[in-house]
Design a binder for this molecule. Structure first.
Ligand code: PLP
Length: 383
């Protein structure tokens, strides 16, 4: 049915009517006083959302662009970096680091296995001449649904003293209680189409004083991505280049909605919906890729195995129920499906998705569950 599509994918995520309406206006001049007021309000709102007093800089870029900015602004060619990789995004940060001529040591785990803080500890402790300049980690690894133990990894970075920590929080920001200042996280990046209830097109990055000190010595080339320019503009409620003006209107509305809900409620909602999804998949006999204790509040990865084909599940869900689920990436293509529960998702969406999934499994001839058991397990969590 036209116009009934439900996005249960980890980005782009659903956008509220209020945000769409806020965006559906004529753009205004980005150097006008009216727009400057909006920027001021947004900057303050982003600092609230990031739980930080650091500047949170807004770029016209997708998540990859802001993480790239978060890497290249603080390093010089040949600098040694540790990159944690247990999925598509960890791999990407290692690739970007190599592309810019950094000396990359990858701390690797299989997709679905959380990164081990002690591996970072060992590499950082062995680095007695303090050659490691940055540690780059993905918090919520969206490709597998693993939530990496950033807090514990960060303790090793703090003990090292010299290195900064650069965190891809693209799907954990606004879904998980990531205490940026309390933990002293140096560079934290996220993107509009994930937990922010906005369309794609904007990225955000917070930068600590320690990272700004590193910026002063960093010589990798940069121009559009030069965060120093964005810092100067931040102080003047301005932007260095023409920003996506209508996305700013949308962000203003989205931040208003998030403030009305409150951070605690936002985090609790994501946790509850994750638990509901996981309980339902277990009741349906469908294995999960990420372990319970390291599971992402944004996305649940499911391995239907040989019994039912994950791509058949996705196409039936789309054709019969207008529900989009995400597939697997790289070597997990065709092997898993992923349920996004990020941003503008309510409990009803979770129940609808699970009920539709049960019917889909029946259509595809999978009999390994008692009808209603997935919905029942989810509602036990949600009620
Ligand atoms: C979506 C995502 C990104 C950024 O991807 P873009 O397509 O560039 O927006 C980065 N990291 C994670 C963990 C993501 O989920």
């Amino acid at each position: 049915m036209d116009n009934k599509a439900m996005l249960m994918i980890p980005g782009p995520t659903p956008v509220p009517e209020k945000v769409l309406q806020a965006m559906g206006k004529h753009p205004i001049g980005h150097r006008s006083g009216d727009f400057s007021k909006i920027i001021g309000e947004i900057n303050e709102g982003l600092q609230w959302l990031f739980q930080t007093k650091n500047e949170v800089l807004t770029l016209c870029a997708s998540g990859t662009g802001v993480v790239e900015a978060g890497i290249i602004n603080f390093l010089s060619a040949g600098d040694k970096v540790l990159v944690g990789s247990n999925g598509k995004f960890g791999d990407r940060w290692a690739q970007i680091s190599k592309a810019f001529g950094l000396d990359v040591q990858v701390i690797q785990e299989d997709w679905g296995v959380p990164l081990k803080p002690e591996d970072f500890g060992a590499a950082l402790t062995a680095d007695t001449d303090k050659a490691i300049k940055a540690v780059i980690v993905t918090h919520s690894e969206t490709s597998s649904g693993v939530l990496n133990p950033v807090e514990a990894i960060n303790e090793h970075v703090k003990a090292h003293g010299e290195a900064i920590i650069i965190v891809d929080a693209v799907t954990s920001l606004a879904s998980y209680d990531l205490k940026v200042d309390e933990l002293g996280l140096d560079v934290v990046a996220s993107g509009s189409q994930k937990g922010f209830m906005l369309p794609p097109g904007m990225g955000f990055v917070s930068v600590s004083e320690k990272a700004w000190a590193a910026y002063g010595n960093a010589t990798l080339p940069k121009f559009y991505m030069d965060l120093g320019k964005y810092r100067k503009s931040f102080a003047k409620n301005s932007t260095p280049f023409t920003p996506p003006v209508n996305l700013y209107f949308g962000l203003q509305a989205a931040l208003e909605m998030m403030k009305a809900e409150g951070l605690e409620n936002i985090f609790a909602r994501h946790e509850r919906q994750k638990q509901a999804c996981r309980a339902a998949m277990k009741a349906l006999g469908l294995p999960l890729l990420a372990p319970d204790d390291y599971s992402s509040p944004a996305v649940t990865s499911v391995i239907p195995g040989d019994v039912v084909n994950s791509e058949d599940i996705r196409s039936t869900m789309r054709k019969q129920f207008d529900i989009a689920l995400a597939g697997g990436q790289d070597h997990l293509k065709g092997k898993i499906f992923r349920i996004g529960h990020l941003g503008f998702v309510c409990d009803r969406d979770i129940l609808t998705t699970i009920a539709s999934l049960e019917t889909t499994l029946q259509i595809l001839g999978y009999e390994g569950f008692a009808p209603g058991s997935g919905v029942s397990a989810a509602s036990q969590v949600l009620r």
